[in-house]
Design a protein around this ligand. Sequence first.
Ligand code: ADP
Length: 229
Amino acid sequence: MVELKDVSVTYSDSGVEALNHVNLKINDGDFAFVVGSSGAGKSTLIKLILKEINATDGTVMVNGFNLKKLRRSKIPQLRRTIGVVFQDFRLIPTMTVYENIAFVLRVIDAPPKYIRSRVPYVISLVGLSHKAKSYPTQLSGGEQQRVALARALVNDPALIIADEPTGNIDPALSYEIVDLFKGINECGTTILMVTHEHDIVRHFGGRIINIDHGQVTFDEVVEGNYENQ
Ligand code: ADP
């Protein structure tokens, strides 16, 4: 669960108020698109949730953590409850698909036996079992993003944040990626997806949060047009 209460963020160097008295609640199990033009404050929202930056004012709760009170030493605990998927995938080029994902669990000292069962499972969830031994450069953009999603999922996070996950993908495959996120959401993971792609938002519908000049100007559930096809 993510809850922002009257949150403002001002960047001290530029004096820009990137978020301005934002109130927002994402419940467990929600799927929400976050839209808004460049400079609206979307990245600031993501950085705030990951505690890469702090709110200047207001309260931010993420998966039971009150971020204002969270000590620096506890930040890894917060981040383990969140999986992040980036526009540019951020896979390690010298590692296979399997290794890219197993790496996340090795870093947190997960038992090898668990790693050997969990990694193939998440690879199968994203439909890439046949590519487990491939390297990122041997995969299409869509496949690389599936690996990034599997990596985000491997730790069984309560929340997945996807920052323009279809931005570097062939438009035709973008729908498949969002479908995959939808499927993951149906299994209980909360998903917050930032996107510029209005066609995708219109197609899938659901909860749409629009940010404009640091404020939430629209937050409603909209019917997707694919439901009428
Ligand atoms: P979006 O992700 O919607 O494009 P951002 O959250 O990146 O928007 O930016 C919101 C506003 O904050 C913009 O005016 C941007 O220039 C400013 N901003 C973002 N990051 C910084 C920073 N590190 N220092 C100063 N100003 C920033």
